[in-house]
Design a protein around this ligand. Structure first.
Ligand SMILES: [Zn+2]
Ligand SMILES: [Zn+2]
Length: 397
């Protein structure tokens, strides 16, 4: 391959001899690897030769963010409009999955596939074995990079994220084909397990995919934008994994609704759900499915059992959708209620009518802790040597 670097012009001057059509929902890196395989060049050598990159382009997450020069040259080489190349990246989901697209860095729902020193440690690339087995030319789907994907609605089977024979994560750029393991060389699409997802999990998966496609979803019988829907689902999923209340929350759901309440793998104190392997995420979204059925009733009941209050429900959320906060406020807000001054005044008037006067004791019984207002509207006061700070404050206003 040493000669290729000096012939960069070959790549820019004319269309490339192998120009496959992008497949529906195909990931950009899958397409690049298929071109390289068709040209009988290693994907890394192909990228280095065409783009003359000193640092391998695969060190970046090209599916998440492809630089313009990569898009422009690829489009020219295969004779496809730059827009069509751009559409193979995850940028396409901007606004529907997250409110805004963050080109670099960790993103909600997108699983990381860092290729540091060609060593993909986390299994961030999932696949449906049946999809790969049935593809005439196997390719990787964009949606397989999303953390809410755990099964294939087309084939009713579980997704995988490791070779079923040697347990290695996928390194498609090092594999002989997108259907073969880079390490042991065996066909990863061969079915070796008979475990099937629950019917309700397939239905939930369909709801997630439809929300991503349409840009909206139903929550509490109301339509909301899909990025808000995904924001709520992600927070509820995280409540099963992180925090002191995660265990009681899992137990509350499992005791009442079934599922598996064992601990999730947590190498650090806070484990983003995108870092969990597919088996753990299946178990997690199984809990989410059981909880979200009949929303908000089962959810509220489990939160109460686990002593989760509104502040837990909305923690770390970039924005709190109204339809969700409404549930949190109505059922799970633990803040004491402070009657307004008008309410205290009305209570004092009622006491005068019924008892002749409005005492501090009676007003406090009715109005609780609204002391500042009570001091303004009560009729009787003991005469302490030092007036209370509430009394002073009430008349200073
Ligand atoms: Zn499939
Ligand atoms: Zn293998």
């Amino acid at each position: 391959m040493s000669g290729i670097k000096s012939t960069t012009n070959l790549w820019t001057a004319k269309k490339w001899p192998y120009r496959p059509r992008p497949r529906p929902n195909e990931l950009l890196t899958s397409y690049l690897i298929r071109i390289a395989n068709g040209l009988e060049i290693k994907p890394i050598s192909f990228l280095n030769a065409a783009w003359g990159s000193r640092q391998s382009l695969l060190d970046q997450d090209l599916d998440n963010y492809a630089p313009n020069h990569v898009i422009a040259l690829l489009g020219k080489g295969v004779g496809v409009e730059p827009d069509a190349v751009h559409a193979m990246t995850l940028f396409e989901f901007e606004g529907r999955l997250n409110e805004t697209h963050i080109p670099i860095g960790r993103k909600a729902w997108i699983m990381p596939t860092t290729v540091a020193s060609n060593n993909r440690k986390r299994p961030g690339m999932q696949f449906c074995p049946t999809c790969l087995a049935r593809d005439e030319r196997p390719y990787l789907r964009r949606t397989w990079r999303m953390a809410f994907m755990t099964c294939c609605i087309q084939h009713g089977c579980l997704l995988r994220d490791r070779c079923p024979y040697c347990d290695q994560p996928l390194h498609p750029h090092l594999s002989p084909s997108l259907r073969h393991c880079f390490r042991c060389g065996r066909d990863i699409s061969k079915t070796v397990d008979n475990e099937k997802p629950r019917f309700e999990m397939i239905e939930q998966q369909r709801r997630f995919e439809t929300a991503l496609e349409q840009g909206w979803a139903m929550l509490n019988h109301r339509p909301i934008y899909s990025h808000l829907y995904f924001c709520v689902i992600r927070r509820i999923a995280a409540m099963f994994v992180n925090g002191l209340r995660a265990k009681p929350f899992r137990e509350a759901v499992v005791n009442q609704l079934g599922g598996d309440d064992s601990e999730f793998e947590k190498p650090t104190k806070r484990q983003p759900i995108e870092y969990l392997g597919v088996a753990d995420r299946y178990r997690l979204f199984d809990l989410v499915e059981r909880t979200m059925e009949d929303f908000p009733h089962r959810f509220v009941s489990a939160c109460r059992k686990a002593r989760l209050s509104r502040s837990h429900l909305i923690k770390d959320m970039p924005y709190v959708p109204f339809v969700y906060d409404e549930v949190a406020k109505e059922y799970l807000d633990e803040r004491p209620y402070f009657p307004s001054e008008a309410e205290v005044m009305a209570a004092a008037a009622w006491l005068r009518r019924t008892q002749g006067r409005a005492t501090f004791r009676d007003l406090k019984m009715i109005c609780g802790e609204s002391r500042a207002a009570i001091y303004q509207h009560m009729d009787y006061e003991r005469n302490p040597a030092t007036p209370s700070r509430w009394r002073v404050r009430a008349f200073d206003r």
